[in-house]
Design a protein around this ligand. Structure first.
Ligand code: GRF
Length: 202
């Protein structure tokens, strides 16, 4: 930590709304961290515009599994916490091991339900659950199965389609992810086996 702010590196592939939520909290001085670099595997994705709007350096990585250039870029920017904010590729084991305990992910379901894929919202609707939500968790080699930091539930409404439900889930994500980054930055997260103890939370 330098000057009290944890240096955060974000990996993202899509719309970039979670990156935007992080950067907005940062702008308000409420993130406890500073997003110092964004890496993407999709240089045409809207997330590029989000990074540019907030003047955060963005790099396209040549190897989407993070085997070659991603760690070099993250370390070169002094990153202390990696946030996967809508990153759509499975990362190489070597990369995950290198950042284990220092890398978190946001997933659009209440894990362990509907983990392991890119269609969690569609799958939850198709299954007929009455509630789903989102989960922030530490990243381990088992996809979407690392220790859970926080979750928020979202009811499934009778007239929901995938887009409507995903939008309400994203609204929760935009609260949950910055809160998790802040708790990490403040040193309030302790992993005890599968449980994450958050100091200062009930
Ligand atoms: C989010 O729903 C997140 O849970 C999932 O990918 C989506 C990314 O959305 N992993 P955005 O690009 O942050 O808008």
């Amino acid at each position: 930590m330098v000057g009290g702010l944890t240096k955060v590196g974000v990996l993202a592939s899509g719309r970039g709304s979670n990156l935007g939520a992080l950067l907005e909290q940062q702008r308000l001085g409420a993130l406890g961290g500073e997003v110092v670099v964004v890496l993407t595997n999709r240089p045409d994705a809207p997330v590029v515009e989000v990074a540019s709007k907030y003047d955060v350096p963005l790099f396209t990585i040549a190897d989407p599994r993070g085997q070659t250039d991603a760690s070099v870029l993250l370390k070169g920017h002094g990153v202390e916490l990696v946030v996967l904010a809508g990153y759509d590729r499975i990362l190489a084991s070597e990369f995950v091991r290198e950042w284990e305990g220092r890398m978190i992910n946001i997933h659009p379901s209440l894990l362990p339900a509907f983990g392991g894929g890119l269609h969690a919202v569609r799958d939850a609707l198709a299954y007929g659950v009455k509630a789903t939500g989102c989960t922030v968790h530490f990243v381990t080699e088992d996809v979407d199965a690392g220790p859970i930091i926080s979750q928020a539930a979202v009811p499934v409404l009778p007239d929901d389609d995938e887009a409507r439900l995903a939008k309400r889930i994203r609204e929760k994500e935009h609260q949950l992810l910055p809160e998790a980054v802040r708790a990490y930055a403040e040193g309030r997260l302790t992993v005890v086996g599968r449980r994450v103890v958050i100091e200062g939370s009930a």
